[in-house]
Design a protein around this ligand. Structure first.
Ligand code: ADP
Ligand code: MG
Length: 583
């Protein structure tokens, strides 16, 4: 054994680089944060080769005086931290680690000019070796250029993903920072494509620009306060859910974060209104007294520690719950003014259907899996005779291409969510087939190859035997890729790639800890969802009728696989209450 010695600064910096800038996205984040700390009003980010080849960040901030350039790239050298207790940290940076870490692992060039300095100066660090300071042409502000990330630390370089995946992560980092600072103009260019170019704007306009107009149009504003903590932002209605959390942004005291406490609170707030494995859309901003949150938990500063986690969670869940319950349409206003309706929301009663009285029938294999119609035209008279034995009654029609209206034999109005209902029926049918052996499978005309992260591919392949019993046959196809050979026969024209991606997300979300049973449930629910008729599809009368009849014959048809009701029943007395005829 040799004697204990201090590690040389270069090694220390390389070790730090592993934590502070573990991938291009992290380097981009640190550099943009520096530009924001320098009070820039305009920041341009130019990426090449996913940020592995080159990152260039141009700001018009306060700059670095030429004689301070060597210090800027020194470890633990910062112009920012004033409060030695690490409580009051008004800037994004404070650890003085980013520039030396980047300089130790890559080739870093800083060109900077404070506004009063007549010209810019330049400094270079490559693999930790500093080159002399030289005058350079340059506008007021700072340009940071990073080339060949991790060329000096091959151990780290090996773990980089494809330029495309790294590029996406870097772009998302800029996206998050741009959301956190609408008062700064941002331009993002990747491999010569302009991804966004947004002026100084207000928060709502920034969110519209970065979430896309479709999502932005339906966002619901929200504000709430609890014990000195302010929450404000915008959330999407449940229907706006996405396959990933990509349209979620959290900002705490001006700092974009990816904090597990906040992510979980958001998920819980939507748990009952969106399917498992789907993600709500939200842009949330929290303002917390600095002594109630610790930002110095991780070198990358994307996680926080809240003094009062439960309080934060309650604030987020409560505010979202209220915002989602606010009727979006003014059409409901008359109800609110009724004396007997103290609440702004009409409360319907959710009732389980009476036990099925119709004889159980198999699920027909017609295109949509419906039975042949008992009659093909809308009934003209109340359906007392032919529908007496059918608790869900006779279809009256369809509204919004999503809900079936029916009249029950006791006169009650039945409203069926066609997608939720069909999803449940499909799931029960697949489950029955699974119990009996295996779900019939059909080879794809052309096998489909789907790319995943190696991790997701592993996870899916581990479930291959289970999926095969569900009629979905997959096999490895090179690193990170999976080939789909066949799909359940019940899925006509399956979107095999989409199905597999969704399944990967389901398995990733739930983790390996799940029992076989739970993984089976997840897979069944996902297959059912892919096979089921969509909301927004027009149904013929006979399709509506056979859907109702199948529901009556299927156990557990009153709720969908995600626990939401598949139908509502408004009895005569419910209607009387809604219209204020009765207290
Ligand atoms: P930190 O941001 O934690 O202070 P960094 O290593 O990121 O540490 O930066 C070191 C110092 O270099 C900063 O404190 C700041 O004084 C200076 N600096 C870095 N980037 C910029 C920039 N874009 N504009 C002005 N000054 C900068
Ligand atoms: Mg910094």
């Amino acid at each position: 054994m040799s004697a204990i010695r201090r590690l040389p600064e270069l090694i220390v910096n390389r070790i730090a680089a592993g934590e502070v800038i573990e991938r291009p996205a992290a380097a981009v984040k640190e550099l943009v944060e520096n530009a924001l700390d320098a009070r820039a009003t305009r920041i341009e980010v130019i990426l090449a080769g996913g940020g592995i080849a080159r990152i260039e960040i141009i700001d018009n901030g306060i700059g670095i005086p030429s004689d301070e350039l060597p210090l800027a790239i020194e470890r633990h050298a910062t112009s920012k931290l004033r409060d030695e207790t690490l409580v009051e940290i008004p800037t994004l940076g404070f650890r003085g680690e980013a520039l030396p870490s980047i300089g130790a692992a890559a080739k870093l060039t800083l060109i900077s000019r404070p506004p009063h300095q007549p010209e810019a100066a330049r400094i270079r660090v490559a693999g930790g070796a500093v080159s002399d300071i030289a005058p350079s042409p340059g506008l007021p502000g700072t340009t940071a250029i990073v080339e060949d990330l991790f060329y000096a630390t091959p151990a780290r370089r090996k773990f980089l993903r494809s330029p495309r995946a790294e590029g996406e992560a870097a772009e998302r980092a800029v996206w998050r920072l741009a959301l956190s600072a609408p008062h700064v103009a941002f331009r993002l260019v990747a491999d010569e494509r302009v991804l966004f170019d947004v002026p100084v704007q207000d928060e709502r306009a920034r969110i519209s620009a970065l979430f896309g107009r479709e999502a932005a149009a339906s966002l619901i504003p929200l504000t709430a306060e609890r014990e000195g903590v302010m929450l404000q932002g915008f959330i999407g209605p449940a229907a706006l859910n996405r396959a990933t959390g990509a349209l979620q942004s959290f900002v705490v005291n001006g700092r974009p974060v990816q904090d597990p406490v906040l992510k979980l609170a958001l998920r819980l707030a939507y748990r009952e209104v969106i399917p498992a494995g789907r993600y709500p859309v939200a842009a949330l901003t929290l303002t917390i007294p600095p002594d109630a949150v610790d930002v110095n938990v991780h070198p990358a500063k994307t996680e926080l520690r809240f003094a009062d986690q439960n309080g934060i969670r309650a604030l987020v869940i409560g505010a979202i719950g209220r915002a989602l319950a606010t009727p979006v349409s003014l059409d409901l206003a008359p109800i609110a003014t009724l004396p007997s309706m103290p609440q702004r929301q009409p409360h319907f009663s959710f009732r389980a259907p009476p036990p099925p009285s119709a004889p159980a029938r198999g699920f027909a294999e017609a295109e949509l899996g419906f039975h042949a119609p008992p009659q093909a035209r809308l009934p003209q008279a109340p359906p007392e005779t032919s529908y007496r034995d059918h608790p869900l009654g006779a279809p009256l029609g369809q509204i919004l291409d999503t809900y079936i209206l029916a009249q029950a034999s006791d006169g009650a109005l039945v409203i069926v969510d066609q997608h939720a209902a069909h999803e449940r029926l499909t799931e029960e049918k697949l489950r029955a087939a699974f119990r009996e052996g295996a779900v019939p499978s059909q080879p794809l005309l052309v096998p489909v190859v789907v790319d995943f992260t190696p991790l997701d591919a592993e996870r899916l392949l581990a479930e291959a035997p289970l999926l095969a019993r569900l009629g979905l046959e997959i096999e490895a196809f090179g690193p990170g890729a999976i080939m789909v050979r066949s799909a359940p026969a019940a899925l006509k024209n399956p979107d095999a790639a989409g199905l597999l991606r969704d399944l990967a997300e389901d398995f990733a979300e739930s983790g390996a800890a799940l029992s076989l049973e739970a993984r089976l449930d997840a897979a069944l629910a996902r297959l059912a969802c892919h096979r089921s008729i969509r909301a927004g599809r027009k149904l013929a009368y006979e399709e509506m009728d056979s859907l109702l009849r199948d529901m009556e014959a299927t156990p557990r048809a009153a709720t969908c696989a995600h626990g939401r009701p598949t139908f509502l029943r408004l009895s005569e007395s419910d209607l009387e209450k809604l219209f204020g005829r009765r207290a």
